[in-house]
Ligand binder design. Structure first.
Ligand code: UD1
Length: 340
């Protein structure tokens, strides 16, 4: 019995593969290496002592996916494989819909034909848009996201709900807040291609001198220091939530539809400037920055109420912002050492 992890060499995927192996799951990775690198497979083996089975192909290739399902006794899937750059999704909407939704549908076709259940989907707090009330719990009304990337997440959720209802399947939607950090071994972390869009990778590269200055997008938000607030969740904590969600889903020996939804965050909001300061003090390094105009499409504030995950999955975020940011700096040093 094996778990299919799509995008298993990517940022959150690779950390989750490690946690799955640590929990004695057999892991099959499908990843087309479009936003990941092969050395991550080697590093997973270095951390766990096990090399997961790996297939390098694009999930839109139905015939190859079919062969993987023929070759292995797959009893569940964690689906990380997706394009995730918000700006790019606006420029290439059809590519985003095609990539993120066709790959999902292809896996669900296999699930349907073979009567497999247990599907975990990487969703995002972007499905809530700017919520009226903080913290955001799972009953907060959804708003159609502005970005095409966000829409693929919302549509993915809808497709999965219909799938679960029609075929009496078990699915789980995990809505991540802002994942940050790297593995404590410094062998896994986020590998931004080109100029990073997300805050923490940009901070990391600025501290390392790769970027001259961080642009802080707006200091006129109605928050204490004027910069926007997010809930930064440590990636290893997030990875552990996937294992807890999978076990919980698999334990539900039911013929009925199961649609689990969990917000995964720390429950604490931090402003952009707080992140910068925490990075500087955790790593004793300077992060030069300048204040710029707001970034289009950004919201003011989002942080989670993750009580449901604690109650039902016995999971909770355990790592502080500073501890997470220390691992980011170790990861940057590792990346530099690879160049030499
Ligand atoms: C972004 C996406 C969101 C996606 C998430 C995945 C947008 C509008 N939203 O969320 O849909 O689910 O990434 O991780 O892109 N910031 C700066 N300077 C920078 C980068 C970021 O000031 O160079 C600020 C942003 O304005 C924001 C905060 O830092 O207030 C966090 O930004 P980011 O890491 O991009 O995450 P989100 O915008 O929350």
């Amino acid at each position: 019995m094996a778990i299919l992890v799509t995008g298993g060499l990517g940022y959150i995927g690779s950390h989750t593969v490690v946690e799955l192996i640590n929990n004695n799951f057999e892991v099959i990775i499908v990843d087309d290496l479009s936003n990941s690198e092969k050395f991550i497979l080697h590093n997973i083996e270095e951390i766990t002592g096990k090399r997961p089975i790996f297939y390098p192909f694009d999930l839109k290739r139905k015939e190859l996916l079919n062969q993987v399902f023929d070759a292995h006794d797959i009893e569940g899937c964690i689906n990380f494989a997706a394009f995730k750059a918000v700006g790019e999704s606006q420029e290439k909407p059809i590519d985003y819909y095609e990539n993120n939704l066709f790959s999902l549908i292809n896996i669900l076709q296999e699930f349907k034909t073979r009567k497999i259940s247990n599907f975990i989907f990487s969703s995002s707090c972007t499905v809530y848009g700017q919520a009226d009330k903080m913290p955001i719990d799972e009953n907060t009304p959804l708003k159609m996201p502005e970005s095409v990337y966000g829409k693929t997440k919302q549509m993915g959720e809808e497709i999965l709900k219909d799938f679960a209802q029609s075929y009496k399947s078990k699915i789980c939607l995990l809505r991540y807040f802002n994942p940050i950090g790297a593995h404590p071994s410094a062998l896994l972390g986020e590998l931004p291609i080109g100029v990073p869009n997300n805050l923490v990778p940009y901070v990391m590269q600025t501290a390392a001198g790769i970027r001259e200055k961080l642009s802080v997008w707006g200091n006129d938000y109605p928050t204490e220091d004027g910069t926007a607030i997010r809930d930064y969740i440590y990636v290893v904590d997030l990875a552990k939530a996937h294992v807890a969600a999978l076990k919980s889903l698999m334990n539900k020996e039911t013929e009925e539809t199961v649609i689990d939804v969990y917000n995964l965050g720390t429950g604490k909001g931090s402003s952009v400037l707080e992140v910068v300061q925490a990075f500087e003090s955790a790593n004793e390094v300077a992060v030069p920055y300048q204040i710029c105009n707001r970034r289009e499409g950004d919201i003011t504030i989002a942080y989670a109420n993750a009580d449901k995950a604690e109650r039902e999955l016995n999971w909770k975020s355990a790592t502080s912002l500073e501890e997470s940011l220390k691992t980011v700096w170790e990861w940057q040093k590792y990346l530099e050492s690879r160049k030499n």
